[in-house]
Design a protein around this ligand. Sequence first.
Ligand code: 5GP
Length: 190
Amino acid sequence: MKKGKIIILSAPSGCGKSTIIAEVIKDTALKLEFSISATNREPRRGETDGVNYYFLSTEDFKKAIDSDSLVEYEEVYPGRFYGTLKSEIARICADGNNAILDIDVKGALNVKKLYGDDALALFIMPPSIDTLRHRLLSRGTESVDAINQRVGKAEYEISFASQFDRTVVNDVLIDAINETHDIIAEFINK
Ligand code: 5GP
């Protein structure tokens, strides 16, 4: 049986990362399994423990750090921790599958450093900052202030893009899905 590989996807918020992951995972030939992260943030409506995240109390998250149970973790927002559990990667790879991680830029680059050639770090990019701003505005779910904050964060995240193995620009969604799929397929079959 082939050893499982690690595929890491990062993107600024609003770049279609979750949709791309959901579509690519559907190709069972790729044997991708989503790595469920641990977090101390509250579940949102519709989210389930053990499906979207392992929702931990802050105390339990700290215990996970202290017991060296995490591959990496980051304080993505003030007071909000997110981390990849060693047990999650081990579980996925033991089943002969490849782990797909949806994590922030710093976590992504840390995982890449740890796993080297066994990992692929992929960055999903908006066609431009202006397009991203328009997409977020047209969702209509957030205030202009919140959108400005997200755009500022996106610019910061994009500054890390050159450190990733590959970059996919999400201009036309279906093209971005296909391109991501093909990059992952090539990496897995290498
Ligand atoms: P959300 O709260 O919207 O689900 O996620 C916020 C951010 O946390 C996203 O950018 C997501 O990629 C990142 N994230 C989720 N899980 C992990 C993880 O295990 N490690 C790191 N470093 N970031 C994560």
